[in-house]
Design a protein around this ligand. Sequence first.
Ligand SMILES: Nc1ncnc2c1ncn2[C@@H]1O[C@H](COP(=O)(O)OP(=O)(O)O)[C@@H](O)[C@H]1O
Ligand SMILES: [Mg+2]
Length: 231
Amino acid sequence: MLLQATSVTASYGDAQALFGIDVDILPGEVVALIGANGAGKSTFLKTLTGLLPALGGEIRFDGRRIDRMDAADIVKLGIAMVPEGRRLFPSLSVEENLLMGALSRRAGPWSLERVYGLFPILKERRGQPSTSLSGGQQQMVAIGRALMSNPRLLLCDEISLGLAPVVIREIYASLPALQEDGMSLLIVEQDVQLAMQVSSRVVCLQEGRVSLAGQSGKLTREQIGAAYFGV
Ligand SMILES: Nc1ncnc2c1ncn2[C@@H]1O[C@H](COP(=O)(O)OP(=O)(O)O)[C@@H](O)[C@H]1O
Ligand SMILES: [Mg+2]
């Protein structure tokens, strides 16, 4: 197991958001995390990256406890996140944004050249301010920045949000290339059909709990509808 999260709980002040989440991810596996708005998907990703401390349960990465570690140390072990809303540095160029992702890098195959190979348009735009790019191109910068740390596990939070279908397809088409080196992916995706297509397993959250988990090809619409909305 690359990632083993067991009974993870988390709160914002007095408001508990996660009530015991179990998620396992194998090396090279793509797992989709789905669920309605406010179900706790982003919160769970934040506990994995150390941005929000897990209150209870445990998180192991490659066998090692990480749930008491600093975010910077977790990146160095090989977990990187493409955050919801991209969070680029607006005053920096495309290339400078990418290089920010290399600050806590592990050794590995990812470099500026390799990111530019994956997203050639970014090489053309490398000197431009990140804010001058289209939404899809900005999402590519956010993904590239995460890759620059050479993650073993890449967390993608709603990378399709607000993008045109053709752009979404283009971005998702780049993901299989990441798995060639055995990278694992945990993908939060609102489009359930898309989530099923790109993943081998799916975990559905509802109000801070896992309401369904199973192989993507084997779950029925009814099962997913019930797990999603609690009907
Ligand atoms: N920064 C925050 N402060 C307080 N409550 C928050 C914060 N972020 C999220 N929440 C709450 O935590 C719950 C889970 O939110 P979130 O993880 O963002 O859901 P999702 O990503 O599945 O839409 C929601 O009830 C939300 O209102
Ligand atoms: Mg979210």
